[in-house]
Write a protein that binds this ligand. Sequence first.
Ligand code: PLP
Length: 327
Amino acid sequence: MIDNFPRIKLGHFPTPIEYLANITEYLDGPEIFIKRDDCTGLATGGNKTRKLEFIMPDALNSKADLIVTVGAIQSNHVRQTAASCAILGIKCLVVLEQRVANATEAYMNSGNVFLNQLFDAEMVLCPIGIDVEEYAHEIMDKKRNEGKNPYFIPVGGSNHLGELGYIECMREIKEYDKDGLFTHILLATGSGGTQAGLVAGKNIYKSKAQIIGISIKDNKNDQEEKVFKLTNNSCDYVGEDHVSRNEVIAFDGYVGGGYAIPTEGMMSAVKLMARKEAILLDPVYTGKAFAGLVDLVQKRHFKKTDKILFIHTGGSAAFPAFEWAFK
Ligand SMILES: Cc1ncc(COP(=O)(O)O)c(C=O)c1O
């Protein structure tokens, strides 16, 4: 079904699903598996590779000669967009939003920011207090006046095209889990497209697993409403029935002080995954999401007979910007 939509190969798919034997034993709860979307292969990997495989054909089709996108300073989406543009030979301009107050020098310059530079993306800092999308559109108007043909990718690549990537991810999960043994799928949810694609895919590929998004910024209701809207846009785009509201579940108890502000739980989860499985989570998204998973297991939210699939959506390229938090 997804095969009918234009797609450009940017990454390595399907990504592996692995059993986390050491963490399962340590937590003494349900069996925990991981889907390695941190290994999508594009410029240190991550969830945006899947989305960009379906977004970039639209950009090429519109004969764009400039890709414009937006994100936080240490956005993984921005870095993967810049990397895709390098492969496709299109100029990339990224508008970075200063969401973190009193950011360190490392946060402003290293990690993903350094990689954007390496991929030759033009970086523009959005002035504080100005809406980043509006600012990006003003820049695009100026570029049009200079004769350019810019193409805009929304924050996180979360639109009907990007979500096709996570409908496809659900197909991969069902291919692996033919007998439908996974009871829950858990992931970090931010701009919402990853979760939306999975929820749409769950209905299409008839998975019984409950999908739980761990919010990294917004409160439960706002996050669920955002994902619900995106999911049904996706369903419209692929010609499927809408999902019901109760299929969209987000927990907001692991955000801590706010977006990208380290929490004790995140740091413990990152260390646990490193020391038990030698897998690198990230401080902004997957660290907080895995902290949620550990907490839910410890609170006996799941049954011991459950099988949980954690989607590792990438992000470790941001580590150099956060080393201070771990010292
Ligand atoms: C590493 C990582 N995980 C999860 C997410 C959240 O994905 P989404 O924005 O599709 O909700 C992001 C988004 O930027 C990310 O970079």
